[in-house]
Design a protein around this ligand. Structure first.
Ligand SMILES: [Mn+2]
Length: 294
C-alpha cells in the first residue's frame, strides 16, 4: 500500500506549538518506519503556510485548504492519505479532499466538536470541526476549501464522546448525527455498540474518513492533550472500534489529531497512535470494507 503522511503542524493558528508538535512526535517515535516495516511504501509531505501574522481563524482555514489539496493529490496518485494534524479541523480539509459527494466520517473524540460561533464559550475554533463539516458554521470560509460541500448529518458518526457542552448536546439531539458514547463502548464492546451506526453508514457512503482525536483515550492510560475529561477508552478499545469500522467500510483517508507530546513524556499515547494507524492501513491494504461498498 502506498501511504502518504501529510503533516499539518498547526494548533489554533500557531505553527509547531502545543498540539502542533504532535505530528513530529509521532514521526520521531517511528510511525513512518513502522509502516515501512509492514511492507507499505511511505511518502511524507509537510504543510507550511508561511503565515506572517497568524490569526486563529484565518490560519485554521488556510491549513484546511492546504490539507484538502494534499489529500486530493495523494488520492489522485493512488496513495492512502494519513494526515497528522495539530487540530481536529484538519478533518474538514481531509474530507473535502477525499470527496464530499460520497464520503462519510467516523469521528473518534472525547468531545462533540459541534460548537458554533453562537454557542462556543471558549472561542476555540477547534471545538467547531463537526459544525463546520456539516454546514452549521463558518459557511463562507468552509466553501473556500477546495472540494468542500456540507456533509449530511447522516454520513457522520461520533464515537467515544464523553464531554459535551449543554448547547452541543441540544444540537446533537436535534441532529441526525449518530452518537456512540464512550460508556456504550465500555459496556457493550466496540462491535456491538457501533453496529447500528456502522450499518447505516455502510449504506450511505462510498468511502470513510477515519478521524482519530487522540483524546478519545482514557487520559489516565494514554494522555493526549490538556483537555482531559474523565473516562475514555483504553487503546485496545480504540483498536476494536477501528477494526469494527474497517471490517465493513472502505478507508479513504485518516487523520490523527490533537496530540500534545508534552503530556505524554513516556510515549504511551504515541505508541497507541502508531498502532492504530498500522491497524487502519493494514485493513485498507487487505481490502477491508470494500465488499460492502457500492
Ligand atoms: Mn476533537
Amino acid at each position: 500500500m502506498q501511504v502518504r503522511l501529510i503533516v499539518s503542524p498547526y494548533d489554533s493558528g500557531q505553527k509547531l506549538k502545543r498540539m502542533g508538535r504532535g505530528p513530529d512526535r509521532l514521526l520521531g517515535e517511528g510511525l513512518a518506519a513502522a509502516l515501512a516495516a509492514d511492507g507499505h511504501s511511505v511518502e511524507l509531505r509537510r504543510i507550511d503556510l508561511g503565515e506572517a501574522f497568524p490569526s486563529e481563524i484565518a490560519v485554521g482555514f488556510a491549513a484546511m485548504r492546504a490539507v484538502a489539496e494534499e489529500v486530493r493529490v495523494a488520492r489522485d496518485a493512488g496513495a492512502l492519505p494519513v494526515v497528522l494534524g495539530g487540530n481536529c479541523n484538519t478533518t474538514v480539509g481531509a474530507v473535502a479532499g477525499l470527496g464530499c459527494a460520497e464520503a462519510g466520517v467516523l469521528w473518534l473524540d472525547a468531545h462533540g466538536d459541534i460548537n458554533t460561533p453562537d454557542t462556543s464559550q471558549s472561542g476555540f475554533l477547534d471545538g467547531m470541526g463537526v459544525a463546520i463539516l456539516t454546514g452549521r458554521a463558518w459557511s463562507a470560509l468552509a466553501h473556500s476549501i477546495p472540494g468542500f460541500a456540507a456533509l449530511p448529518d447522516e454520513r457522520v458518526v461520533l464515537a467515544g464522546i464523553r464531554d459535551l457542552d449543554s448547547e452541543e448536546a441540544t444540537l446533537l439531539a436535534d441532529s441526525a448525527i449518530a452518537v456512540v458514547e464512550a460508556a456504550n463502548i465500555g459496556e457493550a464492546g466496540a462491535a456491538a455498540a457501533l453496529e447500528t451506526a456502522l450499518a447505516a453508514l455502510a449504506g450511505r457512503i462510498g468511502s470513510l474518513h477515519l478521524h482519530l482525536d487522540l483524546d478519545v483515550h482514557d487520559a489516565g492510560v494514554a494522555p493526549a492533550n490538556h483537555f482531559r475529561p474523565p473516562g475514555g477508552l483504553a487503546p485496545d478499545q480504540v483498536g476494536a472500534v477501528i477494526d469494527a469500522a474497517l471490517a465493513r467500510l472502505p478507508l479513504g483517508s485518516m487523520a490523527v489529531t490533537a496530540y500534545d507530546p508534552a503530556v505524554d513524556p513516556a510515549g504511551v499515547t504515541a505508541a497507541a497512535a502508531i498502532d492504530h494507524v498500522r491497524r487502519a492501513v493494514r485493513a485498507r491494504a487487505q481490502g477491508g470494507g470494500l465488499r460492502d461498498s457500492a
